[in-house]
Design a protein around this ligand. Structure first.
Ligand code: SF4
Length: 536
């Protein structure tokens, strides 16, 4: 068992000061945190700096050394396809997508497909929360196929085939060692739920909603002893250190409803999470902290700031939080509002919530909806925080919009297929207005005609010749089919149209008012749109 790092005399409480830490004699670094404390830049730090252009490799190293940033990169997973990334306040805000088979739904193939789907829609990490099927095979398949870090909640595997009261530290350590060897990049471990916290939940509306938290609470009650994850924390740290698995210290007492937010149980556990951070850092293990849950909007800032203080700046990884409880079916929206505020006030990673939250296992489209909602939250916070370069694409899209350059507009969109399909549902030519206002009311077109208005005049945004939108792709057709606004015949027409069908075979575009006069443009509106302009 390796000796621990210690704090130099005079720096006894300076956990977040890299220079305060001194290694034991004859020390060999093993984790990103340890390399960083020794002033070394690893290939993973280098890669993170490439992916975060506003940071240098030295800055990444310094943030990791201070514990404010983690690079979840299990040594085994690095042998496969993992592309190292970071989580921390100095970097862009990250999002996590949860997946995993349950005893009654889904299987390994479907979960791997969801993994690919989540990566496509921008998930920065993925958690495999499987509780059913072949957990081992599913985890292995997900790790081997992923380019993003994979997290797990190992207690789910620990109790497969046994009752919670049979759990002991040997089972815990063996399971952790096995999953670490498989290549899991971060573990959620609910070591902060203590015996003395349990009376604090008795007046809650919904008790303990964390699966790991409730299982360990039951274990403590049945054994009448302290949480074994807490008492054996140093042994657990040794396993994680060997493989450079990052802690995501779980919030087993997170609130499950607005009424339980920021209560004594949650705050007592948060204080313990700070203590566990200090103990893990003495072992050289990287740490992030998990957070609530369900929190009213006005309490989010307090929660983010309190975590930062109690946990010495370790990255905060929050689930949502949901800011209202009465919209099941729409909790990707209720939580995305809280997530935006959380990221603005200090969270580094946002765990997505899908429309299926509280209701069932997310399907492929739920994963997409959750990812998009959370990409919006993370990006909105990054723009507000002024992370250099984070607004560039917004501004470029605004320029394209101002130029009424629809193709560029869609190219820059996060989800081009949906944007294109929604546009073409009403008007399948790219012209100087859209169906929302119509020709005469299109303020962008009118502004474009005002010579002093500079937007949209940039040369690279002007069309060489007017564009005719291409036939819909199968993905775009599917989007319109789901919406159910157009008939199958109308969708088929959009999917099979040729340049001739949209009148573009005469050499120059007839659909763009840069090239045709207003009368012709109005004619297009008359033919393409059944009714008058829809909105002033
Ligand atoms: S018609 Fe209205 S919504 Fe469409 S581009 Fe013009 S101003 Fe924008």
């Amino acid at each position: 068992m390796p000796a621990d790092w210690s704090l130099r005399p005079g720096f006894e409480s300076a956990y977040e000061v890299p220079e305060a830490w001194q290694p034991p004699a004859g020390f060999q670094p093993c984790t990103q945190l340890e390399y960083a404390r020794l002033g070394m830049i690893t290939p993973q730090m280098q890669r993170v700096a490439e992916r975060e252009p506003h940071l240098t490799a030295e800055q990444v190293r310094d943030e990791v050394a201070a514990g404010r940033m983690v690079i979840p990169a299990n040594r085994q997973h690095l042998q496969y396809r993992l592309d190292p990334m970071c989580i921390g306040r100095a970097s862009t805000t990250k999002i996590n997508a949860n997946m995993g088979a349950s005893p009654i739904s889904s299987g390994t193939d479907e979960e791997v497909e969801k993994l690919k789907w989540a990566e496509r829609w921008g998930a920065d990490t993925v958690m495999d929360l499987s509780t059913g099927g072949d957990l081992d095979a599913c985890r292995d398949a997900i790790i081997r196929n992923s380019t993003v870090p994979i997290g797990t909640v190992p207690i789910y595997s620990m109790i497969i085939g046994r009752r919670i009261e049979q759990l002991n530290i040997q089972i815990v350590l063996e399971c952790l060692e096995h999953q670490a060897q498989q290549g899991v990049d971060y573990f959620t471990i609910h070591a902060g739920v203590l015996q003395e916290h349990l009376p604090l939940v008795k007046d809650r509306l919904i008790g303990i909603v964390s699966r790991g938290g409730s299982l360990l609470a039951k274990w403590m009650i049945q054994h009448n002893s302290q949480n074994l994850m807490y008492t054996h924390w140093e042994d657990i740290c040794d396993v994680l250190r060997r493989h450079d698995v990052t802690f995501s210290i779980g919030d087993g007492l997170r609130p499950g409803g607005l009424a339980d937010a920021t209560d004594a149980a949650q705050l007592a556990e948060l204080s313990t999470l700070g203590e566990l951070t200090e103990r893990a850092w003495r072992k050289g293990v990287q740490v992030m902290i998990e957070g609530p849950g369900h929190v009213p909007l006005d309490q989010i800032e307090f929660n983010m700031k309190l975590q930062r203080r109690l946990c010495h700046g370790a990255p905060f990884y929050v689930l949502g939080p949901l800011v209202t409880d009465m919209f099941p079916g729409y909790d990707h929206i209720t939580s995305c509002i809280g997530a935006t505020s959380a990221a603005w006030h200090g969270a580094s990673m946002l765990c997505y919530v899908t429309p299926k939250e509280h209701l069932g296992l997310p399907k492929k489209d739920d994963v997409k909806q959750g990812c998009i909602a959370y990409k919006i939250a993370a990006h909105a916070a990054d723009v507000a925080l002024g992370i250099p370069g984070s607004r560039d694409r917004d501004d470029e899209l605004t320029r394209a919009r101002a130029a009424l350059n629809w193709e560029r507009h869609f190219e820059l969109s996060f989800d081009p297929d949906t944007a294109r399909a929604y546009h073409d549902e009403d008007l399948d030519v790219d012209t100087d207005f859209c169906a929302m206002c119509g020709h005469d009311w299109c303020s962008v077109r009118i502004s474009k005609e005002i010579q002093l208005f500079a937007s949209g005049k940039a040369e690279h945004l002007q069309w060489e010749k007017a564009k005719v939108s291409a036939a819909l792709t199968s993905e775009q057709q599917e989007i319109l089919e789901k919406r159910g606004v157009l008939s199958p015949d109308e969708i088929h027409r959009l999917a099979s149209k040729t340049r001739r069908t949209v009148g573009a075979d005469t050499g120059k575009a007839s659909c763009h008012s840069d090239y045709v006069d207003d009368e012709d443009a109005r004619q297009i509106q008359l033919v393409q749109l059944s009714g008058p302009a829809t909105q002033p």
